[in-house]
Design a protein around this ligand. Structure first.
Ligand code: SAH
Length: 416
């Protein structure tokens, strides 16, 4: 099956960008595919498009009879995820299994001797297995599929996964339901995890991260259970926390940054999150690390409200971590998101001591590092005593591709 691309989409594919949006298909997606299909004459065109989700398609463009090969998605905005730009080898489960083995072997090296049992085994596009994300939580692995194109492949991939991961001590494999499916169920407390292989997955378990115990809620947690992408930044916070009297962790979720600060020697750590279940998890993590949660504060509140009240009370903090959920899920939402970051940072700066440290994070790929820094400028913070000490991003187990800018979403700015 052939998909003929516009010149712009073809140029992106040549650079190694792994996505073809539907409007990158010359003459509109369905027609182009149907033309190709009629040429091959394999099967009758179906209503709503000739190719089925998960089918292998060959990409071509004006003057380029073969651009590469990818998988078709009949529903998502991304019509094709591109897997290769060479003719050989064929795109089959063996080729995918080899790429996965390469991804896993890299992690073996990266995490050897780091006292870390939770990490991303495969970062989809960034590991050249588009759409497939696999996170390891000690003896469990959680698979997440972005888009639908790999769903029809899962049964064939599973034996490979079970073998390669089993050899590394992973016993159970689960599938994370897609966000849309979980939302459609209308039940926020519903389990988001389906069993794929091995003994049943635990609802909750402790993993280790850079020598720190961390509770992960596989059944109901965010992402695939934890925000693994902040691992190195949590270790950084631990190192920065020594001697800090009062630490504020906003949008604290399961308390990863909080426990890092406490273990790093901070006096009192205040965790703020709108979800009380997250605090319960954070407190179990504190205890597991030998830190008494009663010596710290866990506040269930809206972060903006909390900041307003803290300011009114005259509370000040000498280390603040601010890691909100993505404010800009799309390019269209960007202006509003920048406004929200500005409001948040203005409020944060009001409770930051002179001489204090501010760690501000953004996990939206639509907000560039420069965009984000503009929400931390002197006018926004209403002060002129801070400098950008460091700008960090995501760790090596979340690799990207040079052309795949969307994959580089995490910013972690340290101001002092
Ligand atoms: N910093 C965390 C990840 C944060 S995820 C970590 O490293 O693990 C975002 C969190 O913000 C979620 O736990 C969510 O419950 C919380 N949240 C979302 N909107 C909020 C708001 N307006 N006020 C406080 N918490 C909020």
């Amino acid at each position: 099956m052939r998909v003929h691309l516009t010149a712009t989409a073809a140029a992106a594919v040549r650079r190694g960008h792994p996505w073809v949006y539907r409007d990158g298909i010359a003459g509109g997606g369905e027609n182009a595919v149907q033309r190709g299909e009629r040429r091959r004459g394999e099967r009758a065109p179906r209503a709503g498009g000739a190719a089925a989700t998960g089918d292998v398609v060959e990409l071509s463009a004006e003057g380029a009879p073969f651009l590469g090969r990818g998988l078709w998605d009949a529903e998502s905005a991304i019509a094709v995820r591109v897997f290769q730009r060479t003719q050989a080898p064929p795109l089959d489960e063996r080729a995918l299994a080899e790429r996965l083995e390469r991804a896993f072997a890299l992690r073996d090296g990266w995490f050897a001797g780091r006292d870390t049992t939770a990490y991303r085994l495969c970062n989809g596009e960034g590991d050249r297995v588009p759409s497939l994300v696999i996170d390891r939580y000690d003896r469990a692995a959680v698979v997440r599929l972005d888009g639908g194109m790999l769903a029809p492949w899962l049964d064939r991939l599973l034996p490979h996964l079970a073998r390669a991961l089993g050899a590394r001590g992973v016993r159970s494999i689960g599938l994370r339901a897609r966000a849309s499916a979980a939302a459609a169920s209308g039940d926020a407390e519903a389990k988001k995890l389906a069993h794929l292989h091995g003994p049943p997955l635990p609802d909750r378990l402790f993993v280790r991260e850079t020598g720190v115990a961390m509770e992960v809620d596989l059944a109901r947690g965010q992402k695939t259970g934890a925000f693994l992408d902040q691992r190195d930044n949590r270790a950084r916070v631990r190192a920065l926390a020594a001697g800090r009297r009062r630490v504020l962790n906003l949008f604290s979720y399961a308390g990863g940054f909080s426990v890092a600060a406490a273990l790093g020697g901070a006096g009192r750590v205040t965790s703020v999150d709108s979800a009380s279940a997250a605090h319960a998890s954070a407190q179990r993590t504190f205890r597991e690390n030998g830190v008494d949660p009663a010596a710290h504060d866990f506040v269930t509140a809206d972060a903006f409200d909390f900041l307003e009240k803290a300011h009114a009370r005259g509370d000040r903090y000498d280390l603040i971590i601010c890691d909100p959920p993505s404010f800009a899920p799309s390019e269209r939402a960007k202006p509003r998101a920048l406004g929200a970051y500005r409001r948040l940072h203005t409020a944060v700066a009001r409770v930051l001591d002179r001489g204090g440290l501010l760690c501000a994070a953004s996990c939206s790929s639509h907000i560039t590092a420069e965009d984000f820094l503009a929400t931390l400028d002197d006018a926004t913070l209403e002060r002129d005593d801070l400098r950008v000490r460091a700008i960090h991003g995501q760790p090596e187990d979340h690799p990207t591709l040079p052309a795949w800018w969307e994959g580089r979403y995490l910013k972690f700015v340290v101001l002092e």
